[in-house]
Design a protein around this ligand. Structure first.
Ligand code: SAH
Length: 523
């Protein structure tokens, strides 16, 4: 394909954004980068970019993985360039997402030059480079008034895969912090190079692996010992190598000291509801991967719904069994230009706190919430409150808990069980669950049986017996158990209780782990 400018095509040419994704933590992308991902038509990414960050992309975006190794070779740079040009010429808004900063050993400069030559408009969005961000997360300041007054960022890998030609003498004499990228396989050679040019074998050195993730590790040694230590610890890419006095800095273990540090937790709630739980967990130090395995879709056959909404005055009670139910119901009213006054005469029941919260946000304070937040207890509480002959409207998901209806009918109520939404499963073709959870022992949080089913469908080959499920409610826990997961249930059906369960489990694991010594005192 020619990269020459084509004036005709250019009239509807798109744009390419070279965006830095940061070192890995999904919250370390810039606000601008996140917005562009949300707006992108096409997202071109490679292996350094975690699945979590891809989740910021829109539902309808097209994902192109250019890091996938076909027979061990990543897609050649020429081909990547052509993809960017081709997609932009189709009028697409393309985000070329790169780990760290796009211009720090990220070939962003090469891609920008190609785009310029082809007459494709582009923008560059800087990112936090791993060279600086990863040390921060492992408690190492790359500069320090007493220890280092410069930082040198060096590639330890050559374009053609051979040994890099590093100017060891200037590095050895420079006295600053040296950060080597792409150096796992050449670590031994690089340290030898420094020693040869007179660097002291006692100079502190550290290897920082998978920085800014729950699996991050710090291996500390000296220029003389670090290669051996890293080999024993089986360090893998991505990792950076730090040489200089700051590598022995020991004062800021902030990341590991948080209650859920080292925990990677999957949150499976629908997209619009997941973020609060994710924020609570991140606040406690967990790495959270949001994987909204289900999606709420309002039903398409509107006739029964329209009839019920037109006859609201014939009902005495309205019962909500999920926050999504409240939201969809509210939308449907709005579509018909019916306002909140059409509900003024109704008594309102909510299954639990989350649903009540959604109602309160709308300006309704429910008349009834059961002691325990499930369908059976809701039915029981309602049966004690409704009068015989009263009509009860339950707008909810299709095929909801029948026990609720049965108890109400036994109490003499006339129930309209009205399906207003369906739960659809989401698929994530680019999601690699096995890679995300290769370290094993991952936790997943489930707030409904359907989120469990959705996860099982997305999990692919992942060994589910390695998954620890933290669940809201017995029905959810039952589904997770059937799928083979190690299952725990929150004390009450609230997000707070779910987070508390995680905190308690992490604290117990920490206690059990204490006393077991770590071979080299590393981490
Ligand atoms: N543009 C990127 C660097 C790309 S080169 C940036 O600015 O960070 C790839 C190298 O970056 C890896 O070999 C590794 O040395 C480093 N790297 C990237 N992410 C990392 C992470 N999360 N932890 C440790 N090193 C990382």
């Amino acid at each position: 394909m020619s990269l020459e400018t084509d004036t005709q095509e250019n009239r509807r040419v798109g744009k390419v954004y070279l965006v830095g994704a940061g070192p890995s933590d999904v919250e370390l992308i810039t606000v601008k980068g996140k917005r562009l991902l949300e707006e992108a038509d096409v997202i071109v990414y490679d292996r350094l970019v975690g699945n979590g960050i891809l989740m910021w992309g829109g539902r309808n975006a097209r994902y192109i993985d250019v890091g996938k190794r076909s027979g061990h070779h990543p897609i050649p740079q020429d081909e990547i360039n052509q993809i960017l040009v081709r997609e932009a010429r189709k009028g697409q808004r393309v985000v070329r997402l790169k780990g760290g900063d796009p211009l720090v050993f990220g070939r962003g400069g090469e891609e920008a030059a190609v785009l310029e030559q082809a007459g494709i408009p582009f923008e560059i969005v800087p990112g936090i480079t791993s060279a600086i961000g990863v040390p921060s997360y492992l408690g190492i300041p790359v500069t320090h008034r007493d220890l280092a007054s410069s930082v040198h960022i060096v590639t330890a890998h050559k374009k053609d895969g051979s040994l890099p030609d590093i100017h060891y003498r200037s590095l050895a004499e420079g006295g600053g912090t040296i950060v080597f990228l792409m150096g796992v396989s050449t670590l031994g050679n690089v340290m030898e190079g420094l020693l040869r040019e007179g660097m002291s074998p006692d100079m502190p050195a550290a290897v920082l692996e998978r920085g800014t993730t729950a699996a991050q590790r710090k291996i500390v040694g000296t220029v003389g010992t670090i290669a051996g230590k890293a080999a024993r610890a089986k360090v893998q890419s991505p990792a950076i190598i730090l040489v200089g006095y700051v590598a022995a800095f020991q004062a800021m273990d902030w990341y590991e000291s948080r209650p859920l540090a080292g925990r990677k937790i999957l949150v499976t709630r629908p997209r619009e509801r997941g973020s609060r739980l994710a924020a609570m967990l991140r606040g406690e130090g967990a790495e959270v991967l949001e994987l909204p395995t289900i999606r709420i879709e309002p039903v398409t056959e509107k006739e029964p719904l329209s009839r019920a909404l037109a006859g609201l005055e014939t009902f005495s009670w309205i019962v909500f069994t999920s926050p999504s139910g409240v939201r969809v119901f509210r939308e449907e009213l709005k579509k018909r230009r019916q306002d909140a006054r059409s509900l003024a005469h109704l008594r309102i029941a909510a299954i639990g706190e989350g649903t009540a919260g959604e109602l309160e946000a709308w300006g309704f304070y429910p008349d009834l919430i059961p002691e325990q937040y499930d369908g059976d207890h809701l039915g029981e509480a309602l049966a004690a409150s409704v009068q015989a002959g009263e009509r009860v409207l339950i707008p909810r998901a299709r095929a909801g808990n029948q026990e609720l209806v049965r108890r109400l009918e036994e109490a003499g109520a006339r129930v309209l069980d009205l399906p207003i939404y369906d739960t659809e499963y989401e698929s994530f073709p680019w999601m690699d669950c096995e890679r995300e959870f290769e370290t094993g022992n991952c936790w997943a949080m489930f707030t409904s049986a359907s989120t469990v089913r959705g996860f099982v469908r997305t999990a692919g080959e992942l060994d589910l017996s390695k998954v620890t499920a933290l669940c809201i409610g017995e029905m959810t826990a039952g589904e997770a158990k059937r799928a083979g997961m190690r299952t725990f249930t929150a004390a009450r059906a609230t997000l707070r209780d779910l987070v508390d369960l995680a905190l308690q489990m992490a604290a117990e694991e920490r206690e059990d782990g204490e006393g077991q010594s770590n071979p080299d005192g590393e981490k």
